[in-house]
Design a protein around this ligand. Structure first.
Ligand code: SAM
Length: 447
């Protein structure tokens, strides 16, 4: 359900009583009041609550719980002082261990409802640290004259404005615990009102902050930035236009953060603003799960679709005979090739292609593959799936950041393309938020 962001409307603050029937796919409580469905923030299935309306539409309404009369057993007090205002983490009112189970329930429900497929075997959820996990982010920046300060962080819940936060508990502590210092430093810059965002890119041992600047920084500004960078042991870059203009401060070395996959002896280098998985601990476990499931030999030829900078492609290449990675973003493909060289892997090929278009004429698409991995963005992979008739893999692993499109695509694989769903499960990539990362294994029927 899309959240509409129109002109701010006001509603009566008179509380309404409701019993929450279930949880929506984005983690809001679902209730019916006066015959109409209401999606309620901060409400959990089974709870008796009072809520106020926050938005009204023809087919549904939205609200926010203001009093919990009968709490669900999984309800806890949110740990972050900014909960409820900052839109970053809307799942903090659920106990850590329960969050992932609720997400598992949402995944099962989506498979059943949208894909018309039941999950025969639930994969054990992958879990790691519940806080301080986020190594990549685009943070908004806004100088607010009325408040006399610079806001740095994320948007208010359901609003276009930045929330006034001084710390962020899900961000890597190097940045999450120093947001106030960062905002005070930006407040000293002559261009404080010309910085709309910062790309945060943290690797295993380096942190790069790329400041988007709408006006050139003065020498004095650069000195302030340099001093801050040295004090916190980070690297600061300026970005004057597109992401290819990200450059370190004059005289400072270019730092490319990296992350390692020790199980496979692989290290990736990446640039700020490039897609990488945000949670390294879960990423490592997720790759291990893929590798153990595929159990590759040198006879395997693997196709890795939506491959990014080769996060799966390179570990797959350590065991398969050959791996082909395909991705729509050309800079990522260049970077994937550099990472293959860096890791001395020569049985891997990368191609740039828009996988929402017809790719059937491309040479890499006119071969067969023993195994296919899909890791699309939220839109899913429906347009590319029909090519599986030609590729004929025995196994498909589908990694997804959107259970609705995974469920829809599972329906296509099972009901139209001759695959059976073997297993599916959730991974705790984004604790405290309502985002659901999931994984599913399909095998060719009759194999
Ligand atoms: C969730 S990321 C996964 C990247 C990679 N597998 C990883 O683990 O880092 C999805 C990737 O799909 C790419 N993508 C999105 N839409 C695409 C399209 N229509 N065609 C090809 N690639 C696309 C994005 O650029 C992004 O790199």
């Amino acid at each position: 359900m899309a959240r509409h962001r129109t002109r701010k409307k006001t509603f009566s603050q008179e509380p309404t009583l409701a019993t929450v029937e279930s949880l929506s796919h984005d983690g809001r409580g679902v209730a019916h009041v006066d015959g109409k469905v209401v999606f309620i923030d901060d409400a959990l299935a089974g709870e008796k609550i009072e809520f106020v309306y926050t938005d009204k539409h023809k087919d549904y309404n939205q609200g926010r719980a203001v009093k919990i009369i009968q709490p669900a057993p999984e309800r806890v007090r949110p740990e972050c002082a900014h909960y409820g205002i900052c839109g970053g983490c809307s799942f903090q009112h659920v106990a850590n261990e329960q969050q992932i189970l609720l997400k598992q329930g949402l995944l099962q429900e989506q498979f059943s409802r949208l894909g018309k497929v039941e999950i025969p075997d639930i994969w054990q959820p992958l879990t790691a640290a519940h806080w301080g996990y986020r190594a990549k982010a685009r943070m908004g920046v806004k100088y607010v004259e009325k408040k006399g300060r610079v806001l740095v962080g994320f948007r208010e819940r359901g609003q276009p404005f930045l929330a006034e936060i001084d710390s962020c508990k899900v961000m890597h502590p190097l940045i999450g615990e120093n947001l106030l210092a960062l905002s005070e430093m930006i407040g000293q810059l002559s261009i404080k009102a010309q910085i709309p965002q910062i790309e945060v890119a943290i690797g295993d041992s380096d942190c790069v902050l790329a400041f988007r600047v709408m006006q050139p920084a003065s020498d004095a500004d650069k000195e302030i930035l340099r001093t801050f960078a040295h004090q916190y042991g980070i690297s600061i870059c300026l970005q004057s236009k597109g992401v290819d203009t990200i450059k370190p401060l004059d005289g400072e070395p270019e730092v490319l953060p990296s992350y390692a996959l020790p199980d496979y002896g692989i290290t990736f280098k990446f640039r700020p603003a490039m897609f990488t998985q945000v949670n390294y601990a879960i990423n490592r476990q997720m790759i291990r799960r893929v590798m153990e499931t595929f159990a590759l030999t040198k006879d395997d030829v693997v196709l890795d679709l939506f491959c990014g900078l080769g996060n799966f492609t390179l570990p797959l290449a350590t065991q398969a005979g050959r791996v082909v990675g395909v991705e729509g973003d050309l800079p990522l493909i260049h970077h994937a090739r550099e990472n293959a060289l860096l890791n001395q892997l020569d049985n891997v090929e990368f191609y740039a292609a828009d996988l929402s278009k017809d790719v059937s004429g491309q040479a890499w698409a006119r071969q067969t593959y023993t195994k296919v991995l899909l890791d699309p963005s939220r839109a899913g992979a429906s347009e590319v799936l029909h090519n599986l008739k030609r590729w004929q893999p025995q196994q498909i692993i589908y990694v997804s950041c959107n259970p609705s499109t995974l469920a829809r695509d599972a329906g296509i694989l099972v009901h139209e393309l001759g695959y059976k769903l073997i297993k599916a499960g959730v991974m705790d990539m984004f604790p405290q938020t309502s985002h659901v990362e999931s994984i599913a294994l399909f095998e060719k029927k009759g194999v």
